[in-house]
Design a protein around this ligand. Structure first.
Ligand SMILES: NC(=O)c1ccc[n+]([C@@H]2O[C@H](COP(=O)([O-])OP(=O)(O)OC[C@H]3O[C@@H](n4cnc5c(N)ncnc54)[C@H](O)[C@@H]3O)[C@@H](O)[C@H]2O)c1
Length: 365
């Protein structure tokens, strides 16, 4: 299928050129911008981009009109969508400004939408977005990029295949000065939902010191200033019995995200060094220490991240199945964030997700 795609939001994540690979003989690095991911998929044609900032439009045109000679730019996304009528729309506006663009894309007849994370910063917006795309039969995928990273896909395959016994615990360590709940933690929460393969039931949380009185409504600025969003430590319990502990306060080194999945028989460890399977053999668990073996895992892949996410979206549209990151799953991540805020607001107590609908109705957009 050949497909015309338009981008809304032309900052670095929208418009950057692909970075260099570790060696020129390896071509370029895995695309990490929407435009670079589009350029890596032959069936996609980038027809237009929109940003309210003229300099962003100029940079975008300068970078990409060599590759796409007919490329047009707009300052108003509604006008762009009405004029261009693209089959696919990528949404990379600030965190709290995705809903109107998605609604406008649906109105303009788009068949597929690739929307940045978080889907929204309120449950009200997330619910409206899910409703509008489902009613129109539009295929939507939310760019939780880790859902297309080989290490996490492989970890889930190993768990599904019974490689660690019944999955019991997931631990995620993140951190650094941009530990922001809606902007960055959202990736870790979605990743844990993806790996647990179950619905979160209740959450306990503590927000970063200084944010004790943050309240339950989003007070961020779209994801720019870390002072407008807290870091947090929290605990999520899933319907299938999986427990997840996530830590990410700003007063920690901004290292790579470390993830461990522990099952009844073994553990998967994922960090910058790759994936390892840790297994233990006990001769006599009561009297002798067990012997642990560590086996490196090497998944095979030909694409990853955003390029794989877009590919998955196109394939889903063609085949009529769900992409790996459907909007309902992204809505669940917003619900977990709401529960985290509510846990803090109530004095760091457990919050059941089923309570949320009643309490957060009417939370401002
Ligand atoms: N998936 C990932 O790994 C990843 C990484 C970085 C950012 N993001 C997400 O991408 C989105 C954009 O992030 P950012 O840091 O570039 O944000 P940003 O605040 O820099 O805004 C992105 C662009 O949108 C433009 N914009 C704002 N309102 C607009 C409107 N009404 N119409 C058209 N353009 C408009 C801005 O001028 C800016 O150029 C966020 O939702 C963020 O969470 C995702």
């Amino acid at each position: 299928m050949s497909c015309r795609i338009a981008l809304v939001g032309l900052s670095w994540i929208g418009a950057d050129l692909p970075g260099p690979a570790s060696d020129p003989t390896l071509g370029t690095a895995i695309p990490y911008s929407h435009a670079a991911a589009v350029a890596a998929i032959p069936e996609l044609e980038l027809v237009a981009g929109c940003d309210i900032v003229a300099a962003a439009r100029d940079t975008f045109r300068g970078r990409w009109s060599g590759r796409y000679p007919g490329l047009r730019v707009y300052g108003d996304y509604a006008e762009m969508l009405r004029t261009e009528k693209p089959e696919l729309v990528a949404v990379a506006t600030p965190d709290h400004l995705h809903r109107r663009v998605v609604e406008a894309a649906v109105e303009a007849g788009a068949r597929g939408i690739f929307c940045e994370k978080p889907i929204a910063t309120t449950l009200k917006d997330a619910d409206a977005m899910v409703a509008v795309v489902r009613a129109a039969g539009v295929t939507m995928s939310v760019n939780y990029t880790r859902r297309w990273f080989p290490e996490f896909v492989e970890a889930r395959r190993i768990v599904r295949a019974g490689g660690i016994g019944r999955l019991s615990q997931i631990v995620v360590q993140m951190g650094g000065p941009r530990s922001m709940l809606f902007r960055n933690h959202t990736h870790a929460i979605d990743l844990v939902n993806f790996l647990a393969e179950s619905e979160p039931v209740w959450v306990w949380a503590e927000l970063e010191p200084g944010f004790e009185d943050y309240g339950i409504a989003y007070a961020g600025d779209g994801g720019n200033d870390p002072a407008t969003e807290p870091g947090a430590n929290y605990y999520i319990v899933y319907a299938n019995g999986v427990r997840a502990y996530l830590s990410g306060m700003k007063d920690t080194a901004g290292l790579d995200t470390g993830v461990t999945l522990t099952g009844k028989d073994a553990r998967i460890v994922i960090d910058l060094e790759g994936i390892r399977l840790h297994s233990v053999h006990h001769e006599d668990i009561r009297t002798k220490p067990g012997v642990t073996t560590i086996q490196p895992i090497t998944p095979r892949w030909t694409m990853a991240g955003m390029q794989a996410g877009l590919r998955d979206l196109i394939d889903s549209m063609d085949a009529g199945h769900e992409p790996a990151s459907p909007p309902e799953a992204a809505r669940t991540t917003v619900a977990v964030i709401q529960a985290i805020l509510m846990s803090q607001a109530r004095g760091n107590v457990p919050v059941r997700l089923e309570e949320l609908a009643a309490v957060v109705q009417g939370t401002p957009r």
